[in-house]
Design a protein around this ligand. Structure first.
Ligand code: AHR
Length: 320
């Protein structure tokens, strides 16, 4: 009995000396949305790279755009006893229950790039941009660009119910409100994909006199804008001049389009959300340091005058 007690004491002491999980021995589950856009693919690449660099064991689950798959993945991470969970939530609502389960299991959850409607005590922190501000930046650019000319705008929204679709729409509307010469005449989801962006733009063009009634396209991401640019060209119009194109993400391909004069402006969203997320987790798991509830990334505007050729090259070396 005495020997057993001594052994148990030694094991407990070793445990205390080892301390809580540090980056090098951390296991993190990552529930990713899918691979709908170039930006999303880069976020996945960079998260894997960051994990490898820090010696983190990353368990990756691709949800194929389905919230139910994300909920299953989180439950499986909890069952496996991971040290932390990264969640890029496909939509904003419906997370309370599973986040409660993670909280009960004392597993910190960090939200990446998209936000949820749940109470903020259900997650450790959220890393992302000010999504409404992104929409505002895009809208302010267009207000300046068109001046007092009348301008009919068509809008390609992101995935229905996702925080970027909701907030980028609201921010853009805020920026153009009070400018009666600017009007959103059509608005529909393109699901953040190139294929859907092209398809929906084709229907907008048909409905608006072959595109002649359209002055600008606002797309909630660059991939939809790239698809729409193709549709505009196939309709015999010039994207970038006949129809102005403003979007969000700053992926390499939009800079190629800018070089050709086919896109006008984009608002940057960094795909490296994992770096700040792992830093926050490291500090929290080491000594309980609580990060801010929102770790905000920058939203920079790029236009054709920003040397798109060299930005394209730079971006190509940044996980894209
Ligand atoms: O949540 C961020 C958005 O999701 C990106 O802007 C878009 O490209 C992606 O699919």
């Amino acid at each position: 009995m005495k020997i057993l007690k001594t052994l148990a004491g030694a094991v407990a002491l070793a445990g205390l000396m080892a301390g809580p999980a540090l980056a090098a021995d951390m296991t993190v589950g990552f529930s990713q949305i899918g691979s709908e856009s170039g930006w999303r693919a880069a976020e996945t690449t960079l998260t894997k790279e960051q994990a490898e660099k820090r010696g983190i064991d990353l368990k990756f689950a691709d949800a194929q755009q389905k919230q139910e798959n994300q909920i299953k993945a989180i439950r499986s991470f909890i069952a496996q006893g991971v040290d932390a969970i990264l969640l890029a939530p496909v939509v904003a609502t419906g997370w309370d229950q599973v986040l409660e389960e993670a909280k009960d299991a004392e597993i910190p959850v960090v939200l990446l790039d998209r936000q949820v409607d749940s109470s903020d005590d259900l997650y450790l922190t959220a890393v992302g941009s000010d999504l409404e501000h992104e929409g505002e930046v895009a809208g302010e650019w267009l207000v300046k660009e068109v001046g007092d000319k009348d301008c009919n705008i068509v809008e390609l929204q992101g995935t229905t119910g996702s925080s970027p679709a909701i907030k980028r729409k609201a921010g853009f509307e805020k920026a153009i409100s009070g400018h009666d010469n600017l009007k959103i005449v059509r608005s529909q989801t393109g699901d953040f994909t190139r294929t859907k962006g092209k398809e929906v733009m084709e229907s907008f063009l048909k409905a608006e006199n072959g595109g002649k009634n359209i002055c600008a396209l606002y797309a909630h991401n660059d991939d939809m804008a790239v698809g729409a640019i193709q549709a505009i060209k196939e309709a015999g119009l010039k994207p970038g001049s006949d129809i102005l194109v403003v979007s969000i993400d700053a992926v390499p391909d939009i800079f190629l389009a800018m070089q050709n004069g086919e896109a006008n402006a984009t608002v940057e969203l960094t795909p490296n959300m994992a770096g700040p997320a792992f830093d926050a987790l490291d500090a929290y798991l080491k000594d309980g340091t609580k990060p801010e509830k929102f770790i905000q990334t920058e939203s920079k505007l790029y236009t054709q005058s920003d040397d798109p050729k060299s930005i394209y090259e730079e971006k190509k070396n940044q996980g894209y």
